[in-house]
Design a protein around this ligand. Structure first.
Ligand SMILES: CC(C)(COP(=O)(O)OP(=O)(O)OC[C@H]1O[C@@H](n2cnc3c(N)ncnc32)[C@H](O)[C@@H]1OP(=O)(O)O)[C@@H](O)C(=O)NCCC(=O)NCCS
Length: 172
């Protein structure tokens, strides 16, 4: 498993009072949608204002959530990962990976793996040991990324072409 980024990206929480960082993560969320769903659907599903509001929603201090960024000394923010406390379909508490993204120029260097490690740490600190993410069933890179970390398919939603991946973190 790629345990540490081979470049010196520092994984840290987003700067909550830096509108430029919030805007950048929102733009990258749109890039994710375009990459996964295609330019037509991905670019129009949510507008940028909605995505900015969505990032800010995760930064509400009353919410158990974190926006993590990978900060490269020369390239700036090259990736992000958003995690939050959520509930599964039975109402049980889960730690949910809402989105994970690394810019194409910096992929396959272990940055997403490092972001997920930091996300898992955040969730475990908040007592959440069941970790979950959803993605398009054809998103092979993301499925491989999480599978390598022990996530398995919890269920497939064939109508929506989605797959849910889940893992129970071992006790510390
Ligand atoms: C999926 C994504 C986040 C991976 O980021 P990354 O920084 O390149 O991933 P890592 O370098 O940490 O990869 C760790 C491991 O995951 C697996 N993996 C990552 N990308 C892969 C790919 N394209 N194909 C196959 N396996 C892959 C590999 O096992 C890899 O280890 P290795 O490089 O030693 O083989 C990135 O490709 C991305 O941003 N994709 C678009 C956004 C997206 O789909 N987000 C999810 C929306 S729900």
């Amino acid at each position: 498993m790629s345990s540490a980024p081979s470049v010196a990206s520092r994984i840290r929480p987003i700067d909550r009072v830096a509108p430029a960082e919030i805007q950048l993560v929102a733009e990258r969320m749109r890039d994710t949608l375009i990459e996964v769903l295609g330019p037509e659907r991905g670019a129009t599903l949510y507008d940028l204002d909605w995505l900015v509001a969505r990032v800010r929603w995760h930064l509400d201090p009353d919410r158990t959530a974190e926006v993590l960024v990978a900060d490269d000394p020369s390239a700036g923010l090259v990736g992000h990962c958003i995690v939050r406390a959520d509930r599964d379909e039975h109402g049980a508490p889960i730690g949910y990976f809402s989105t994970t993204y690394v810019v194409p120029t910096h992929r396959r260097r272990g940055i997403a793996a490092a972001l997920i490690t930091a996300g898992e740490r955040f969730l475990l600190v908040h007592g959440l040991a069941t970790h979950v993410t959803d993605t398009d069933q054809h998103n092979t890179p993301l499925i491989a990324l999480f599978a390598r970390r022990g996530f398995a398919v919890a269920y497939r939603d064939t109508a929506r072409a989605m797959v849910r991946l889940a893992r129970r973190a071992p006790p510390p």
